[in-house]
Design a protein around this ligand. Structure first.
Ligand SMILES: [Fe+2]
Ligand SMILES: [Fe+2]
Length: 181
């Protein structure tokens, strides 16, 4: 069974046993919630929010609500933040958090392999995002070209959200159980 980011609808049940013990609706009340868990969720929320804003700005351009002349100054800071912060976030996860959390729950190693593969898939999606954004920013007919860029944002957003949710499902119960961080 494939666990490709583009194809899956969640992690397989054998990787979600800790989540069953520590379900999402109890996280905020858990004594170990404040700290790394709340920080991790906040970072993921910020990425979801950034993607929403990029989608909205692109829709505004496509719908004629945004002056094409002002679009670059709207899109560029959002796009830069998304790319820089997501790359930095993945680096911290890959080099620091994932190895330390895997050492606490080695039986979940398959889940860490899936998340690592996701990061590579998201790197390729980020490259496509940068290329698409630059093409639009350099276009002489930005409003007409906005729909094409917007169409590429939907699968990118869906896969980013899939990764963030599955990562939370795997990682946050480990942090809470071991009171890590
Ligand atoms: Fe991640
Ligand atoms: Fe993450």
């Amino acid at each position: 069974m494939t666990h490709d980011l583009a194809a899956r609808t969640g992690l397989p049940p054998e990787l979600l046993t800790l989540l069953a013990d520590l379900p999402r609706d109890g996280w905020a009340e858990h004594p170990a919630f404040h700290g790394l868990t709340s920080f991790w969720l906040d970072r993921h929320m910020a990425f979801r929010h950034l993607m929403d804003r990029i989608m909205q700005e692109t829709e505004g351009l496509a719908d004629g609500k945004t002056d094409p002349a002002t679009f670059p100054q709207r899109l560029v800071p959002l796009g830069r933040r998304l790319v820089d912060e997501l790359i930095g976030h993945h680096q911290i996860e890959d080099h620091s958090y994932f190895p330390e959390l895997l050492a606490l729950e080695p039986r979940l190693s398959r889940g860490f392999d899936i998340l690592d593969a996701d990061h590579h898939a998201l790197d390729a999606l980020l490259d496509g995002f940068v290329t698409g954004a630059n093409t639009l920013l350099q276009s002489d007919s930005k409003q007409a070209d906005a729909a094409r860029f917007h169409a590429t944002l939907a699968p990118f957003t869906a896969q980013l959200n899939r990764h963030l949710t599955d990562e939370e499902d795997l990682i946050l119960p480990i942090i809470l159980k071991h009171r890590f961080g």
